[in-house]
Structure formats: structure tokens, C-alpha cells
Design a protein around this ligand. Structure first.
Ligand code: RP5
Length: 275
């Protein structure tokens, strides 16, 4: 099975949303692979409800009221129509997570983020590289990214996050070799619950190696470190959330849509490595 299909399988069964959790969460109720989808009967299913104090605090600006009838924004998902419980709580479009309520996630239903995927080709190692941060919360390697603030466009969020987490000067990203939105959908995130979850839009920007080397970067905000990460199986498997699946998707798309942009040796190594 090609490696990306293995990552897609884990993604479609939202393995991380069932088996990982935020440090403050109670234990997730065990949801086997064949009981993930809501339309499969699972009468024993009894997840604990957990809502973090910060989410319940009426003064937290990014959190909805606990009483869902009081929210004023629409509840929608990139994944299509949302189902609701009898008490009007939205149901995770990918299925059961083993915890209900909102956990540390502010909004009922989908919570929208943006990820900035900045990549290059390392001609000395013949490998693709991606600019990553080390997350303060889990210590995992991740794309720089974050939540969309009210009124912000996707590109504004991406740029703000690159500045906050990496001090990137946005003038350095003008005229990249390639730029495309390559993903819009559910994010398999360890904070997800049955009723509140992350969705993301990922923008892939590919730049020349010399340009990548010249960027002045400094970790800040949610990032405690930054690095150019070589795209190896091990790196991809250990990325935060869905980022491993998304980075492979991004490189396959780049190779397919812009075959002349990619160094033939790097392409050969990549395809051989992930076949
Ligand atoms: C992930 O959470 C998204 O892909 C995005 O990278 C991130 C946003 O959350 P914070 O980084 O703001 O915690 O699911």
C-alpha cells in the first residue's frame, strides 16, 4: 500500500482524535475502528463530557456560550451537512472520539484554522524540505498555523501566524515558485471531541533553496523552535495532527501539477521513498 494511503486510512478513521488527547482531558472512551461512524450502532458508548474551565468562562472571547441555543454564528463544516444530537449539539463529521462536550475547543462544531506550508528542495541531500515549528503544547513538529480570527481572510491568518510563530517577513514570500491551497477539511487533532473539532485550510508555498536559506526566522507565540524538516517517512509519521498526510498530499500535487518545477532527482527519491 502506498504510504499516503496508510496515512489516509488513519486520517479517515481519525485515529489521533480517538487515541491522543489534550493533557487536561479525561481518558477517552475506547472507540474501535469499526465503531467510529455514527450510523454504526454502539449502545455501550458512554463518553465522559469534558469542558475546560477556560471554555466555560463567559469572558473567554473565542469561546461560545455553553448553552448552544445562545450562539449567534452559523454551525457549518467543510465536510458537508452536520448531524445534531437531540439536545442540538453538533456531531463530529468523522465520528465518535470517546469524549463529548467541547474539551479545550472554543466553538461548538467546526473551529477553523489555517496552515502555512512553506517548502523547498535541498539540492545537497536530494530531499524536499518543509519549514516547521516545534509546538509549545505537545512538543511535536508541525506546520506554522492557527485559528482564523473574526473577519480575517485565509491569507491574512496565514500571514499573521507566520509572523507570530516565526517572525517571518512577508516580503520574503512574494513571488514564490508556486502557491496553491491544497487542503480544506477536517483536521485529525488530539483536541477534537464528539461536538467540537478542528478544520483547516492549508496553503502550500514552494520557494527556491537559496531563498529558504536566507529567511530570518525566530520562534515565538505557540512555537518553541523552528527547523527545515527533511521529508522522510519517520518525519511524516511523527508530525502533529493531520500534517503528515497533508504534506505528502502537497508534494504529490506539486509534482503532478508542475512537473518542470521539481528537480528530477528529488522527484525520483521522493516517489521511491513513499511508494
Ligand atoms: C491543527 O491545529 C491545524 O492544522 C492547525 O495547525 C492547528 C491550529 O491550532 P493552534 O496551533 O492555534 O493550537 O489542527
Amino acid at each position: 500500500m502506498p504510504f499516503i494511503d496508510h496515512l489516509y486510512n488513519n486520517y479517515s478513521l481519525h485515529t489521533k482524535s480517538r487515541t491522543r488527547k489534550h493533557a487536561s482531558y479525561p481518558k477517552r472512551f475506547l472507540v474501535p475502528d469499526d465503531k467510529v461512524k455514527w450510523d454504526i450502532a454502539f449502545p455501550e458508548y458512554a463518553p465522559i463530557e469534558f469542558n475546560a474551565p477556560i471554555v466555560l468562562d463567559p469572558n473567554t472571547p473565542w469561546a461560545d456560550p455553553q448553552d448552544i441555543t445562545k450562539i449567534t454564528h452559523p454551525i457549518f463544516s467543510f465536510e458537508g451537512e452536520i448531524k445534531f444530537t437531540e439536545n442540538k449539539w453538533p456531531l463530529n463529521p468523522f465520528g465518535r472520539t470517546g469524549i463529548c462536550g467541547r474539551g479545550v475547543v472554543g466553538k461548538w462544531g467546526a473551529n477553523f484554522a489555517v496552515d502555512g506550508i512553506i517548502t523547498t528542495e535541498n539540492l545537497s541531500t536530494n530531499q524536499f524540505q518543509v519549514l516547521t515549528i516545534t509546538r509549545k503544547d505537545t512538543g511535536e513538529i508541525a506546520f506554522p498555523g492557527g485559528m482564523v480570527d473574526p473577519g480575517e481572510s485565509i491569507i491574512e491568518t496565514r500571514n499573521r501566524e507566520l509572523q507570530e510563530e516565526l517572525s517571518l517577513n512577508m516580503a520574503d514570500l512574494v513571488n514564490p515558485l508556486y502557491e496553491e491551497i491544497i487542503f480544506k477539511g477536517y483536521a485529525d487533532d488530539p483536541r477534537n471531541t464528539d461536538n467540537a473539532w478542528m478544520e483547516t485550510t492549508a496553503i502550500h508555498t514552494h520557494i527556491a533553496y537559496e531563498k529558504a536559506q536566507s529567511l530570518k526566522l525566530e520562534a515565538g507565540d505557540d512555537a518553541v523552535g523552528h527547523q527545515w524538516t527533511d521529508i522522510t517517512k519517520e518525519a511524516v509519521e511523527n508530525f502533529y495532527g493531520t500534517h503528515g498526510y497533508v504534506i505528502l498530499k502537497a508534494f504529490y500535487r506539486l509534482i503532478e501539477s508542475n512537473p518542470n518545477l521539481v528537480n528530477p532527482k528529488i522527484k525520483e527519491v521522493f516517489l521511491q521513498f513513499f511508494k
